[in-house]
Write a protein that binds this ligand. Structure first.
Ligand code: F0G
Length: 451
């Protein structure tokens, strides 16, 4: 398993190329589709050619006690499953990964599920799951000698890229849609020293501009069309399997935006099964916001299906994406694992986010679609009693504090959006109370707050 050998395989036509030959926009020259990293021979390895799953599991666990920088990363700890660098010494790491898997007893009780968990990827160094992908792809950029890296972003990718580029002493260019990303994320790109351009367009418009830029200048593209990002983003699947002692949960629920992460996790589980590390893969479901739901629409359509981009609108700005690049990869994962793809309303997202906050976890709005989606799936009896379910929380609650404050102040949702859910919302709201600066006034105020 120490063969640092990979090829890129086109997801559309199956063409195989060497990693160094890929076009700067990461599209196939023959059919224009995206690539995925492929390790020739893994699927076919049998008997003595197969790595010893027990030895790998032991090695990966041992590394958790190691003081070596690479071992302390929850991505590079599993480096045998992502041999994408010629020299692992080129890895740029902020000790990402190794994120917590929390039980959700309150939400679980409300839904009649004893085994409900949240894998909190917001507990990464820059506060989102993007760090796991960025350590992988930016390391490739460094190894290949690039000075500049770039991404178009709804905020989290740019925060992660800027941080990792800064650590590597590289320059970074960020294109973001003006006024449509959360302040916390914008502040991170600035803090980490990126050249940050706010474009008067949406995320999909930023992607188009950047695709042209990387064709014209020697800048390494770090959007999730870059298949090396997904190699890092598959490692939470390994962590989840490890946390369940290599018995995978029944169901993993993931938010969907540009639709790369769901496919990365699916790839992780699939490869673990091929290598004999686990005996099955979980169902993987993708949840989108109602106003940014092209995959949900596509998969719901019967008969001749055609993928149609939408004009995206949602306050969950991280997933405000109408023309997701990786929709084919995500559709395949959902179909192959017999998962579902649903959309949820703005009010459902806000309620689910407040409920996760009330469990002491918190997350950004885009992450809360997972709990909102689970509630729907449970109501439809798609998720059965006794199933073990993991929600993938993608971003930290502090990424978008304005959203949280607006919710608790009652300024987030319009009356028509909240219609029928007013009582549920009122129970969750905890607006700050203006109180006189005396103990008596504070004690009196405490009495007025519902339990
Ligand atoms: N959750 C959060 C917090 C995100 O930032 C994103 C994507 C997603 C979910 C969706 O993941 O795109 O792989 O389906 N954010 C990107 C960005 C697009 O630019 O930060 P996906």
């Amino acid at each position: 398993m120490n063969d640092n050998l990979h090829t890129l395989r086109c997801f559309g036509c199956g063409a195989r190329i060497s990693g160094v030959d890929v076009r700067p926009d990461f599209r196939c020259t023959d059919c224009g589709d995206l690539f995925e990293v492929n390790y020739p021979g893994w699927a076919e390895r049998k008997d003595q050619n197969r790595p010893n799953p027990g030895a790998l599991k032991w090695l990966w666990r041992e590394r958790r006690c190691s003081g070596e920088l690479l071992d302390r990363s929850g991505v590079w700890r599993f480096r045998e499953l992502l041999p994408i660098l010629e020299n692992f010494g080129n890895a740029v790491t902020l000790e990402e990964g190794n994120t917590p898997l929390y039980a959700l007893p309150r939400a679980g009780k409300a839904l009649g599920l004893d085994q409900l968990y949240a894998k909190h990827q917001g507990m990464n160094p820059t506060g989102s799951f993007k760090d796991t992908g960025m350590t992988a792809a930016l390391s490739v950029a460094r190894e290949r000698g690039f000075e500049w890296v770039a991404c178009a972003s709804t905020g989290n990718t740019s925060a992660a890229m800027a941080a990792y580029a800064a650590r590597a002493g590289m320059r970074s260019l960020v294109l973001i849609p003006e006024g449509k990303i959360a302040w916390g994320k914008l502040s991170q790109a600035m803090d980490y020293g990126a050249v940050t351009c706010q474009l008067q367009t949406d995320f999909d418009g930023c992607v188009s501009v950047l695709t042209e830029i990387v064709r014209q200048a020697p800048i390494y593209l770090l959007n999730s069309v870059n298949p090396y990002r997904l190699e890092g983003q598959k490692t939470p699947a390994l962590e989840i399997a490890e946390a369940f002692d290599w018995n995978v949960p029944d169901h993993l629920i993931v938010p969907g935006g540009n639709l790369a992460n769901s496919s990365a996790l699916g790839k992780g589980f699939k490869e673990m099964k091929e290598l004999g590390l686990v005996s099955r893969v979980p169902r993987i479901s993708v949840i989108q916001a109602e106003g940014a739901n092209p995959l949900a629409r596509y998969l719901a359509a019967g008969g001749e299906k055609e993928f149609k981009p939408v004009e995206a609108h949602t306050r969950a700005t991280a997933i405000r994406i109408g023309n997701p690049a990786s929709w084919k990869k995500a559709a395949r994962v959902v179909e192959e694992t017999s998962g579902w793809c649903l959309d949820v309303s703005e009010a459902e997202i806000a309620i689910a986010k407040a409920e996760l906050g009330a469990e002491g976890l918190g997350c950004e709005p885009a992450s809360a679609v997972t709990l909102a989606g689970l509630k729907k799936l449970r109501a439809q009896r798609a998720v059965r009693d006794g199933e073990t379910v993991v929600l993938l929380l993608t971003g930290h609650t502090l990424k978008d504090a304005d959203y949280t404050i607006d919710f608790h102040r009652g300024a987030l949702l319009q009356a028509d959006e909240a219609a029928g859910l007013e009582a549920e919302i009122a129970k969750l709201r905890r607006n700050a109370i203006r109180v006189d600066a005396t103990p008596a006034a504070v004690l009196a105020a405490m009495k007025d707050v519902p339990a």
